[in-house]
Design a binder for this molecule. Structure first.
Ligand SMILES: Nc1ncnc2c1ncn2[C@@H]1O[C@H](COP(=O)(O)OP(=O)(O)OP(=O)(O)O)[C@@H](O)[C@H]1O
Ligand SMILES: [Mg+2]
Length: 261
């Protein structure tokens, strides 16, 4: 399915523009994500993160720009592009009357993947839910639901994994477990694009991040390099909360202190 060379990014977004009516939500956004990389899209509320993801997923038609997934242009080859991406669904969108085992088998069959009972149990065991196959989704905690949701959305081993705020609302234990799953994909050569409001999460798991504000990317780098770049920059670091400069100090410095509507 892959049409790329070895060194090509799995996701390539070029000069993306998205509009809702007259409102320009995403302006000239370009970035790429490679296999074996976790890329974080960070930005205040309304910055354009979900809109960007929706365009990659093919749910929203951009005004202009080019998106390539595993070598397939999402406009010219939408089905090929879709087959190479896994999009985390909200647990609430799963059929409540089915057991988790049945839901997994259903989604697998949609993607043409055949899974026996044993394989399903193994896959659930890998996310510490060995006894969940016979349960309904509503019987799981939020963190457990998130893990099942990630398992289902990646059942076809997509090259690109897209996660919109995957750890929002999770306790530290559940969040760490999900981070491990996300790192598992990275370590197996997948490309992961996630959004987050947690600077701690970005520092902990993202190899590179882009900061997006008012629809524009204002910085792309590794978290460490972004901090290093502004370490002695009083224009950016107007407030340092805790002695040591954090990614959050840099983020606030670059995007401002005003709360977005
Ligand atoms: N369907 C829509 N119709 C009109 N405007 C929209 C629509 N969806 C999003 N917007 C606007 O586009 C901008 C970007 O929204 P988007 O959801 O992409 O932001 P976000 O970065 O994901 O924010 P958050 O961190 O709050 O999830 C916002 O100003 C939002 O109000
Ligand atoms: Mg969003």
């Amino acid at each position: 399915m892959n049409q790329q060379g070895d060194n090509a990014p799995i996701l390539d977004v070029k000069a993306l523009h998205i509009r809702y009516g007259a409102f320009e939500a995403v302006k000239d956004v370009s970035f790429d994500v490679y296999g074996g990389e976790i890329f974080g899209l960070l930005g205040p509320n309304g910055a354009g993160k979900t809109s960007t993801l929706s365009a990659i997923e093919g749910l929203l038609k951009p005004v202009s720009g080019q998106i390539t997934v595993a070598g397939f242009n999402t406009r010219e080859k939408p089905l090929h592009a879709r087959a190479n991406m896994g999009v985390q669904l909200q647990a609430t969108s799963f059929q409540p009357e089915l057991t988790i085992g049945e839901i997994i088998r259903l989604f697998a069959s949609i993607y043409g993947v055949e899974l026996g009972e044993d394989t399903i149990r193994e896959k659930l065991a890998a996310i510490n839910l060995e006894d969940a196959a016979g349960k309904k989704i509503a019987q799981l905690s939020g963190g457990q639901q998130q893990r099942v949701s990630l398992l289902i959305s990646t059942i076809h081993h997509p090259q690109l994994v897209l996660l919109d705020e995957p750890t929002t609302g999770l306790d530290p234990q559940s969040r760490r477990q999900l981070w491990e799953r996300i790192e598992y994909f990275r370590n197996n050569g997948h490309a992961v694009l996630l959004t987050t409001h947690s600077m701690e999460e970005a520092e902990a798991v993202c190899d590179r991040i882009a900061i997006i504000d008012h629809g524009r990317i204002i910085a792309i780098d590794t978290p460490a390099a972004l901090i290093e770049k502004h370490l002695h920059d009083p224009e950016v670091l107007k407030v340092v909360r805790k002695g040591k400069v954090t990614l959050e100090d840099v983020f606030i410095g670059l995007t401002g202190t005003a709360v977005r509507s």
